[in-house]
Design a binder for this molecule. Structure first.
Ligand code: SF4
Length: 259
């Protein structure tokens, strides 16, 4: 009986030690997306890349479709003020000559001229918006996502002036009453704060693709790591002629358009 009790205590002790072993603890924490202080630990479920980018396959993207726009704006609590003056937009459509002014000329085929490709933040490799932000409310992550910290934004709109793509929107009024249905998974913003597409970084952290990519039934949006030679986006970019918006500015935009 004494021996049995001693064996039991030994086993219990070993089990307790094993439970304290980081290799066992960390995956459990990762499941909960918890980061230990000072520890650079990527949760096992998150999607990671050396740099994130997107390709838009125009041949599969009907101009009348708004599935991706609706999905993005729903998951990110984007308000609808119903007027262009106050409009908040993360992803939207615009006429070809406005998006690609360098490609525009008098003899542009009507088919191309009437195109309305999707536009969003280009998550530029050299983002001018980041350079001008006085409070570091906007910053670029190592994986290329240009982020917004809504709490640090003082609404100076320097970033809006610096962005050559009109990718940022200012909340001139309280957006909360104008959100159709608030989703608790993403923070709402307040008056005086600038916002834009974040490449669904909050979803990537949970192992999910961006909402626009999943919502597209035509599979016209390809999201991934172009630095990975095996990735779908790298294959797509290598096999299609693609355009980027105003590349001569040196911003290195990371949205690739195939017409
Ligand atoms: Fe900044 Fe505009 Fe480039 Fe987005 S598109 S990273 S907002 S400069």
């Amino acid at each position: 009986m004494t021996t049995n009790r001693r064996d039991f205590l030994k086993i219990a002790g070993v089990s307790a030690l094993a439970l304290m072993t980081p290799s066992l603890i960390l995956p459990a924490l990762a499941r909960e997306n918890v980061r230990l202080p000072g520890q650079d630990y990527t949760p096992a479920k998150s999607l990671t890349a050396r740099r994130w980018a997107m390709a838009v396959d125009g041949s599969k993207c009907p101009a009348s479709c708004t599935d991706c726009i609706d999905a993005c704006h729903a998951v990110h609590n984007v308000p609808d003020f119903g007027s262009p003056k106050d409009e908040i937009k993360w992803i939207w459509r615009e006429e070809f000559p406005r998006i690609f002014p360098e490609e525009n000329h008098s003899y542009l085929p009507q088919k191309v001229r009437s195109m309305r490709p999707l536009v969003l933040c280009n998550h530029c490799t050299n983002p001018p918006c980041v350079r001008v932000c006085p409070t570091k409310a906007t910053f670029r992550r190592e994986d290329g996502i240009v982020m917004m910290d809504y709490h640090r934004c003082i609404g100076c709109r320097f970033c809006m002036a610096a962005c050559p793509y009109g990718a940022r929107s200012m909340n001139y009024r309280d957006p909360r009453p104008k959100i159709k249905k608030i989703t608790p998974d993403f923070p709402t913003r307040v008056r005086g704060v600038v916002e834009k597409c974040n490449f669904c970084e909050e979803r990537l952290a949970k192992g999910m693709l961006p909402a626009c990519v999943l919502a597209c039934k035509e599979k016209a949006l390809i999201f991934g790591d172009p630095e990975d030679p095996q990735s779908e986006i790298r294959t797509f970019i290598q096999n299609h002629f693609t355009l980027r918006r105003r590349p001569t500015l040196g911003t290195e935009p990371q949205i690739y358009y195939s017409l």
